[in-house]
Design a protein. Structure first.
Length: 109
């Protein structure tokens, strides 16, 4: 099995929201992640905080988020790129117009 990094692109997460629609959406994420964990495909993953830093040769600056930005990641195991794509297509943010970047990881001995 190979590993694939999934980068979720969409609007900022609202894990502490209390409105019914967002609570239901967040529950879809819990179920999605639980399913991947139960299948043994999930290796790591988390949503990102709405801040960060950019480290470059000429210094460090605050990260400026776009309206649509990378909001989190998963590291999954799958038998092919196509399988990783199917996993990405099931992410709840896809229903809201979000996208997922799927990157195969190079196996490092």
């Amino acid at each position: 099995m190979a590993q694939y990094l999934l980068l979720f692109v969409g609007r900022q997460a609202a894990p502490d929201a209390t409105d019914a629609q967002t609570v239901a959406y967040n529950q879809k994420w819990v179920e999605y992640m639980a399913g991947l964990a139960q299948s043994g495909q999930l290796r790591a993953g988390a949503p990102f905080e709405p801040n960060g830093r950019v480290v470059a040769r000429n210094g460090v600056t605050d990260l400026e988020l776009e309206e649509l930005d990378i909001g989190g990641y998963l590291l999954v195991e799958a038998d092919s790129l196509e399988t990783a794509e199917r996993i990405a297509a099931e992410a709840p943010h896809i229903e809201l117009g979000g996208t997922t970047v799927v990157r195969p990881c190079i196996a490092v001995p």
